[in-house]
Design a protein around this ligand. Structure first.
Ligand code: SF4
Length: 235
């Protein structure tokens, strides 16, 4: 997309969200909504992922599982040992007790280390249950619900938050927590659409609409991007 692209007038925010979705799919491709790992694995891995790269999250999880071998053993391990095992993840001392508290709550309440019962809940009930777990916020809960249970929900991480703000889907003062609600209403409530929007926006935030100076010259969204039209183009 040339830098001097004119602004394209799109009448509503949801029409714009659909246009962004189509263009990002054309750029990054479409993926099937198939769970990549078990719900328990997704939940604990996502807790490990906070402020941590994917590679280090994976290493931390693998080290933890290799060392303890079961959810019950992770729950019962000396907290310092668990923190040591998950050290490739940032803030291991804070994450270790939260992971143990979460596992204890799940096993106490459900009688087993499984959250598969969430499949029978609606999205709102699943969100409430997961967010009542120690150390589980809306991002982690939303990601588990969409990725593992195909619930119609929109996880918002730092990349989605930043890109959505630049595109004009959310206001400059909208928190990532509030963006979960504001982005969800812009798209059809179809889990494969929400999943692919999430994945494509994440990819866009990692590759072109990066922190600092975005790579707008290579972006397919310049004519419908508020940031480009207001901040970049006048230069
Ligand atoms: S035009 Fe620039 S600021 Fe806008 S979405 Fe693309 S990379 Fe981000």
């Amino acid at each position: 997309m040339p830098k001097e692209a004119e602004s394209t007038v799109i009448p509503t925010l949801d029409a714009k969200a659909w246009e962004v979705y189509q263009r990002l799919l054309a750029t990054y491709g479409e993926r099937p909504l198939v769970p990549r790992r078990s719900p328990m694995h997704e939940l604990i891995s996502t807790m490990l992922s906070h402020r941590t790269t994917q590679k280090n999250e994976d290493t931390a999880f693998r080290q933890m599982w290799d060392r303890f071998g079961s959810w019950e053993a992770i729950r019962d391990a000396p907290v310092a040992d668990l923190a040591e095992a998950i050290a490739p993840s940032n803030f291991p001392e804070a994450k270790a007790p939260r992971i143990q508290d979460t596992l204890a709550r799940i096993i106490d309440e459900r009688g087993e280390a499984s959250i598969d019962f969430i499949a029978a809940l609606d999205a709102a009930a699943g969100l409430r249950w997961l967010m009542a777990l120690p150390g589980v916020g809306i991002k982690t809960a939303s990601l588990v619900l969409l990725f593992c249970f195909s619930k119609p929900i929109m996880p918002v991480d730092t990349h989605l938050h930043r890109v959505s703000g630049r595109l004009g889907f959310i206001g400059p003062k909208t928190s990532a927590e509030a963006a979960h609600r504001d982005l969800l209403v812009l798209l059809p409530p179809e889990p494969p659409v929400l999943f692919n929007f999430h994945v494509a926006m994440l990819r866009h935030g990692q590759t072109l609409c990066i922190w600092g100076t975005p790579r707008c010259a290579k972006c397919p969204l310049t004519d419908i991007c508020d940031y480009y039209q207001v901040v970049v183009k006048p230069k």
